[in-house]
Design a protein around this ligand. Structure first.
Ligand code: FDP
Length: 341
């Protein structure tokens, strides 16, 4: 049979590089200047550079602590510092990012020479306690529009998550995967070390309506509210008709626990407790990006008292309780512990 015209074998974008995917998205936005695309490309470059450092960490004497503590009063790991430096250097380069708020730094870094219209919030290396034991860690980021008519200050970063332009994370796991949303659809790109590119591997990710895994630090049990304790007991009770008990999984790297929950469904919870009465996870660069991703994938993200994306941050390093996952599983949590999580 003679073929008269060529057409792509599959309308899906599977196999596209991250750069192509983002560029094609840009072409659909009338008047787009390429600034947002440029910031995203710089984030993917930072992810590639951090991947290289993470993959050879044991060889290059970058495991272990620096001996300092950060603004969160946590011991700083050498890789934390390296990842933070990579992100800041890369984002500063093109002049499209006007400032960065990082989990690693007391204050936001403003780039006065920048002309572009975006700010970035970032946890450069999430899951620090897992670095030295070769367990999955990650980078989490959010991209915010900057008001070009006003000078950029730390206050410019204090917007609620529903105003983020994009969010994502990179998991340094069995492979490196970058998951991204601009609010409509969530897509995952896997790093091909031979080609040196991220390729679209998880197109239009959807969080299942319900899962069978619950993820929470059970060691905090004594510190939880009664509602959270009742919820955790409920997940462990035998009830075949209701699909319980749930399986328990807890990596202790938010990126790893969230990535599994996004793909397999279920629930991840870090509720408030007597040790962390406001919650442990940081609103700007942990909770908001994850909340944006879960909502865009059909899941939910709550603090216990409402939607994460509605919380207006009071300060750069504000913390919140975070409950993310399948719609039905988050509803169950709300039934037991809503208003007291
Ligand atoms: P880590 O302290 O190791 O950096 O935000 C930090 C975080 O890890 C999250 O990645 C993780 O979900 C959580 O804290 C783990 O906290 P616990 O050790 O208290 O369970």
């Amino acid at each position: 049979m003679t073929q008269t015209s060529w057409s792509p074998p599959d309308a899906s974008k599977a196999g596209a590089t991250l750069e192509t995917f983002v560029l094609e998205g840009m072409f659909q936005v009338p008047g787009a200047t390429g600034t947002f695309t440029s910031v995203l490309n710089q984030i993917s470059l930072a992810a590639k550079l951090i991947t290289c450092r993470v993959r050879s960490a044991g060889l290059a004497d970058v495991l272990g602590y620096t001996g300092e503590t950060n603004v969160q009063n946590e011991s700083v790991q050498k890789l934390d510092v390296i990842a933070n430096g990579i992100v800041l250097n890369v984002l500063r380069r093109r002049g499209h990012c006007m400032g960065v708020a990082s989990e690693e730094l007391d204050h936001a870094v403003i780039f006065p020479e920048a002309r572009g219209g975006y700010l970035v919030v970032v946890d450069p290396l999430d899951g620090s306690s897992n670095i030295d034991v070769d367990v999955s860690i990650g980078t989490i980021f959010g991209i915010l529009r900057a008001d070009r008519d006003k000078p950029i200050t730390e206050g410019s970063f204090l917007v609620s998550g529903k105003d983020y332009a994009a969010a994502g994370y990179v998991i340094y796991g069995t492979s490196t995967v970058l998951v991204l949303t601009t609010g409509k659809g969530v897509h995952g790109f896997t790093w091909d070390p031979a080609a040196g590119e991220f390729f679209l591997s998880h197109e239009n990710m959807r969080c299942p309506e319900r899962g069978n895994i619950y993820s929470v630090n059970e060691g905090n049990h004594a510190r939880w509210t009664d509602g959270v304790k009742r919820w955790a007991s409920h997940m462990k009770e035998e009830d075949k008709a209701d699909g319980r008990p749930y399986t328990h999984r807890y990596v202790g790297s938010l990126v790893a626990d969230a990535h599994r929950t996004l793909i397999k469904g279920g629930i991840f919870a870090y509720p408030a407790d007597t040790k962390s009465p406001k919650g442990k996870l940081r609103l700007l660069y942990e909770a908001n990006p994850m909340a944006m991703i879960f909502e865009a994938a059909g899941g939910r993200a709550i603090t216990g008292r409402g939607r994460v994306l509605d919380v207006v941050p009071s300060e750069l390093h504000a913390r919140v309780p975070l409950i993310i996952g399948s719609k039905t599983d988050v509803e169950t949590f709300e039934r037991f512990a809503g208003n007291e999580a």
